[in-house]
Design a protein around this ligand. Structure first.
Ligand code: NAP
Length: 286
């Protein structure tokens, strides 16, 4: 079975235009998103354009600043600090990958947690990792990284129960794998967080749910998986001019394994969660 994400994404997006309009009426201005994106990374630029176009469609005012204008961390941190104190900026987005001269740790401290719609700031990350239960996650005043939350929403939408299940997360980035492993554990899954030094065939052998975010096409082999396993493929790789994940969809299909496709799985849900967070950043100003 295919765990598609487009229907859920539509459901999440359906009320957003009306909510954004209601904020506009109460604040006397539209919700404002500022994105600091790289003009030099072609794929990242296209993706950011897709995000800001989707935001504009629901009535969000968007501004894109070129991250490549900052040749060192100091200038970039200053820009993040300026946005953090700008009362009319509701949401700030800093897509990855960052240019070589900039590191995530340089600016994570300066992001205003109220504007930090992708949960990257020290405050939002800290709040997330202090939670132990899903109830606590639901009550967080900040934001959780969108892709990790999108995976949780997709699992919930398809009624994949996590209680007591063995889950494997492949990839330990601070924006995808690490927060996802934590969210799964807050839903009472027992989680293994894997990386490039992990013996993957052994790690996934008994797993009920495998979430793959390694960014390596063909990495996750169908023959490693047990019968009844569920695969959430998060990666977006280009291979032979086609978008694909880490697993081979045809092989998963043939083996009768439930999986989320690339494209059409986690990706559209991530965009919908991002838009929802932008609207929420405005609603919290009322
Ligand atoms: P990242 O920062 O490059 O992290 C990749 C992780 O995968 C690292 O922890 C790395 O291990 C691990 N890894 C790499 N090769 C491996 C291997 N052979 N075996 C096991 N682990 C391996 O990437 P990211 O930002 O987390 O993104 C991961 C993927 O998700 C990318 O394809 C990205 O495009 C995609 N993505 C999709 C969405 C969406 O909405 N669908 C959103 C964000 C990202 P080490 O730590 O040991 O190096």
């Amino acid at each position: 079975m295919i765990l598609e994400g487009r229907t859920l994404a539509q459901q999440i997006r359906a009320p957003l235009q009306e909510r954004a309009e209601s904020v506009r009426q109460k604040l006397g201005r539209p919700i404002c998103l500022c994105a600091l994106g790289s003009s030099e990374d072609y794929a990242a630029r296209l993706y950011l354009q897709k995000e800001t176009d989707a935001a504009k469609k629901i009535g969000i005012e968007t501004h894109i600043f070129d991250i490549n204008n900052y040749t060192n961390a100091d200038g970039f941190c200053q820009a993040v600090k300026t946005l953090a104190t700008h009362a009319q900026t509701d949401a700030v987005l800093i897509p990855r990958p960052l240019p070589e001269q900039l590191a995530f740790s340089d600016f994570a401290n300066y992001l205003n947690p109220r504007q930090d719609i992708d949960g990257m700031s020290i405050t939002n990350a800290g709040r997330l990792f202090l939670c132990k239960t899903w109830e606590q996650i639901k009550q967080l005043p900040g934001f959780v990284p969108c892709t990790a939350m999108a995976v949780m929403r997709l699992l919930d939408f398809h009624h994949i129960d996590l209680e007591g299940k063995e889950a494997v997360v492949i990839g330990r980035s601070s924006t995808v794998g690490r927060p996802l492993a934590h969210l799964l554990s807050c839903k009472n899954a027992t989680v293994k967080l894997c990386h490039s030094r992990t013996d993957l065939p052994r790690a996934v052998k008994n797993a009920d749910i495998i979430c793959s975010a390694a960014g390596t096409p063909g990495l996750l082999k169908t023959e490693w998986l047990k019968k009844g396993a569920v695969v959430i493929d998060i990666s977006t790789n280009w291979s032979n001019n086609m978008l694909c994940g880490d697993a081979n969809a045809q092989e998963l299909d043939a083996a009768g394994i439930f999986y989320s496709p690339v494209p059409g799985g986690v990706g559209p849900v991530t965009l919908a969660v991002l838009l929802e967070n932008i609207v929420l950043s405005g609603e919290r100003k009322i």
